[in-house]
Design a protein around this ligand. Structure first.
Ligand SMILES: Cc1cc2nc3c(=O)[nH]c(=O)nc-3n(C[C@H](O)[C@H](O)[C@H](O)COP(=O)(O)OP(=O)(O)OC[C@H]3O[C@@H](n4cnc5c(N)ncnc54)[C@H](O)[C@@H]3O)c2cc1C
Length: 511
């Protein structure tokens, strides 16, 4: 078996992939006995003449000339993990991707874990989120961050992964088993949309319950007791539970839980990036990044990834949502948080992305919660008590000129935006970096500034702390039976890497 890379095919080209492989590698067509596409990305360097870039597994017979992009394939072996024997079913706190995939992994190991989730199950959670978006009524326990499926439930469902190592591949297979389109394994930029994610989360719950797992919603983890380097009890909704193994999968937004844990657990502050969402009409983004002659039915709505540097700061686009919406994603009273969401068809009239600048200790100071406090302060500053959970907004060119927009461009954010000068929300140095980024992005996509509207703040790009854990055994340092996983641990970020972290940690346990 061989792996053939960089097979470029114009998206309009309807010829068989075999023909392209045989031409590129000088092979007779009969020599190519089988083909399996393992990756398909879009090469958009020439706008209007987009190409698919394929990586293919193929069986080839006979002799052929060697080529640096045609190499022998050897499957990646399962990495060796530390193993730990336990007797009782572990408790899992949080039902985001990390908690759910830890549970799936534990079921494969013969356990039936018990899951606790502070938020509500999906259908009731959906009602709370709609009430927030339509009427500004926030439920601090059931919202875009908290509830069944975790923070990604109301998202674009981008399944970004750096590579497909052994465990990542297992996670993709499980997503397909529970309802995702098998194309997610091939597409370099797969996404599910919020509708796809909700369906999968419900299927996972059903399967876990059939396998003896218990789900407890509206069940908040509130406290912890430890003795001799082990957690002995955890408190859920006021009642203490004894436990042999606890897996903590709380995501990046549970500030109250972080604060509570800091009394018994070793944590450190983690650098953050903050900024705003920029939104454009989808047609502008499609044409600016893929070109107007593109068949968007084949390519899908255009995505982009932009980076810039300004002095010591990096500036980059993050969590780009083509054909999506900018959403209100608060989880605390009096705090404005924005994020991005889309449906599987990505067919809304707008495309948005976060534009963020990296921060450092000069911005937020030192101390475990310095970055988290900085985040929270900005979210509070953006809250206007007369217009609760409306987001401060400004046309991009007015932000650059430091003038409040008289009329902000039409945008997708609900409940609503209010006109503001975003220069007032960030320090001079952060504003300079964000502006340098926008000027650079304008060079890549002329019109990026003129057509863009900014909606602030984007603060939840990653966890603001790391819960220190053992590199090999994955337990929290100093607590033998307590396992922080997923985004909240500070060792993962995004749906896939959080799910993979949970799945991997689940694999260490044996009966
Ligand atoms: C709107 C939005 C869009 C996003 N879009 C994408 C995207 O397209 N692609 C991508 O890769 N990532 C995206 N993300 C990020 C992604 O959702 C997270 O990286 C991922 O969900 C982290 O998984 P997790 O399981 O570690 O934590 P979470 O998904 O945050 O889950 C943690 C769970 O723990 C629960 N919890 C917290 N504290 C307690 C407690 N004390 N007791 C009981 N339960 C508790 C929470 O209610 C929550 O359900 C998005 C996030 C948001 C908010």
């Amino acid at each position: 078996m061989f792996i053939a890379r960089n097979i470029l095919v114009e998206i309009k080209d309807k010829r068989d992939l075999k023909e392209h492989i045989s031409k590129k590698f000088n092979l007779a067509s009969e020599q190519i006995e089988s083909i399996e596409i393992i990756r398909r990305s879009i090469d958009a360097r020439k706008r209007g003449r987009l190409k698919f870039n394929y990586t293919v597994l193929c069986e080839i017979s006979g002799n052929f000339k060697s080529h640096p992009e045609l190499v022998k394939y050897s499957p990646k072996p399962a990495p060796k993990l530390f193993k730990k024997k336990i007797i009782n079913n572990p408790l899992i706190i949080g039902t985001g991707p990390a908690g759910l995939f830890a549970a799936l992994s534990l079921v494969e190991q013969g356990f039936s874990p018990i899951l606790f989730e502070r938020g509500k199950e999906i259908v009731d959670r959906n009602k709370d989120v709609m009430d927030f978006w339509e009427n500004s009524i926030l439920n601090p326990e059931s919202n875009v961050q908290f509830g069944e499926g975790g923070a990604g439930t109301f998202s674009d469902g981008k399944l970004t992964s750096r590579g497909k190592d052994f465990f990542t591949s297992n996670v993709f297979d499980l997503l397909i088993k529970f309802g995702a389109d098998p194309d997610i394994k091939v597409n370099a930029l797969p996404h599910l949309g919020t509708d796809g994610l909700k369906k999968i989360v419900l299927n996972i719950r059903k399967y876990l319950i059939e396998n003896g797992c218990e789900f407890h919603f509206n069940s908040k983890f509130e406290d912890i007791k430890s003795e001799n380097g082990r957690v002995t009890k955890i408190k859920i909704n006021g009642s203490w539970l004894e436990s042999e193994t606890i897996i903590l999968a709380i995501g990046n937004g549970a500030r109250d839980t972080y604060r509570m844990l800091s009394e018994s657990i070793r944590m450190e502050s983690k650098p953050l990036a903050i900024g705003f969402r920029i939104e454009h009409p989808i047609d502008f983004i499609n044409q600016a990044f893929y070109g107007k002659n593109t068949d968007f039915n084949v390519s899908g709505a255009a995505t982009y990834r932009l980076t810039a540097k300004y002095k010591e700061r990096g500036i980059y686009s993050f969590c780009m949502c083509p054909g999506g919406k900018v959403i209100a994603a608060s989880s605390g009273f009096g705090q404005v948080v924005t994020n991005g969401m889309s449906y599987s068809l990505r067919d809304n009239n707008f495309s948005n992305s976060a534009i963020v600048a990296t921060l450092n200790e000069n911005d937020y100071g030192t101390g475990i919660f310095a970055a988290m406090d900085f985040q929270e302060t900005l979210e509070k500053k953006c809250f206007n008590p007369d217009l609760p959970y409306h987001a401060p907004s400004q046309n991009a060119e007015d932000y650059l000129n430091n003038t409040t927009s008289k009329k902000v461009r039409t945008n997708s954010y609900r409940p609503a935006i209010y006109n503001a000068n975003l220069n007032d929300f960030f320090s001079k140095s952060i504003n300079s970096a964000l502006k340098a980024g926008l000027y650079k992005f304008e060079k890549t996509a002329p019109g990026f500034i003129k057509n863009g509207v900014l909606i602030a703040p984007e603060t939840r790009t990653s966890a603001p702390v790391r819960i220190l854990r053992d590199r090999e055994k994955f337990n929290s340092i100093g607590l033998d039976n307590f396992y922080p996983i997923g985004e909240g641990s500070g060792y993962a970020g995004g749906i896939i890497s959080s799910a993979v972290d949970g799945y991997k940690v689940g694999k260490i346990f044996q009966k």
